[in-house]
Design a protein around this ligand. Structure first.
Ligand code: ZN
Ligand code: ZN
Length: 282
């Protein structure tokens, strides 16, 4: 007797997703998901945003496109970078010596992503160490993709590059023992996106969650400091918490992914000035 497993086509969460961000995804009734990227960056970042959008729209490795991004003019106040329902808002500003280079946040409502925010911190990108095309492209590529629901491939800053913007590094250009550059997505990133989005469709399109997404708790700005991000839920190998979850009163959540600044030449990270993370094991 042959038993045939039923196909789960509607909202079945992927069983394997080694670097998705907790398997969260935008709801949609057909693929590809069309995700608007609200352009609230200035001219120093526009090219990197458009390049990131184009790269994520062009899968490598033979995977079908399941996420299609569209840059749309937004022009909102980048300092608050207030979330906008049903899309990802992308901002740059001098957010101060807060310790992070880039930040991505997603608002979760009814089990799905209701909005995304990606911020680039010019306080550090204006400094020589990070003011390079490769640093800007890597961080833009990574933060935008976190709002798709994609996590990191590798969180060790010191090992060889994987050729993916979802891989932490001290050398975004690659070279020497670092190998390939990390400014673009690679085939494994598109494989993961296909794992997240290719396996199921939702009964409702993202716009149907608009009412919930616009509730005050879930649409609030996610903040720029750890005390506003909730509970740390993951740490990188250097002991830095890089993923936080804050649960709001109505059960909605804000998830935050943090790209901390690092020094050039040592294994020690630069301690953020607010709520400095403990070393792992303390
Ligand atoms: Zn779903
Ligand atoms: Zn990240």
């Amino acid at each position: 007797m042959v038993t045939v497993a039923p196909l789960l086509l509607l909202d079945a969460r992927p069983a394997q997703a080694s670097h998705s961000w907790s398997n969260y995804h935008w709801s949609r009734t057909s693929n590809p998901l069309v995700l608007r990227l609200g352009d609230s960056v200035n001219s120093s970042w526009d090219g990197y945003l458009h390049t990131a959008s184009a790269m994520w729209n062009s899968p490598v490795g033979g995977f079908p496109p399941v996420v299609s991004t569209q840059v749309v003019y937004s022009g909102r106040d980048p300092r608050t970078c207030r979330p906008v329902s049903t899309r990802t808002e992308v901002c740059n500003a001098t957010y101060g010596q807060v310790g992070w280079l880039g930040l991505a946040q997603i608002g979760i409502s009814r089990g799905h992503i209701a909005h995304g925010v990606a911020k680039m911190n010019d306080t550090y990108f204006n400094q020589a160490q990070y003011n390079t095309p490769s640093w800007r492209q890597l961080v833009m590529c990574q933060e935008v993709a976190h709002t798709f629901g994609l996590g990191h491939q590798d969180e060790n800053f010191n090992n060889a590059n994987l050729g993916s913007c979802m891989d932490y590094t001290r050398a975004p250009d690659g070279g020497g023992t670092y190998g390939p550059s990390n400014v673009a997505p690679n085939a494994h990133d598109f494989q993961q996106l296909f794992t997240i989005y290719g396996g199921h469709l939702d009964l409702l399109a993202v716009a149907s969650s608009l009412a919930a997404a616009e509730s005050p708790s879930s649409a609030r700005s996610g903040g720029n400091s750890p005390r506003e991000w909730g509970i740390p839920t993951a740490r990188d190998p250097d002991g830095f918490p890089n993923h936080y979850v804050r649960t709001h009163g109505n059960g909605d959540q804000t998830l935050t992914h943090v790209f901390w600044v690092r020094t050039n030449n040592s294994g020690q990270g630069v301690a953020p000035t607010v709520n400095a993370p403990r070393a792992r094991g303390n």
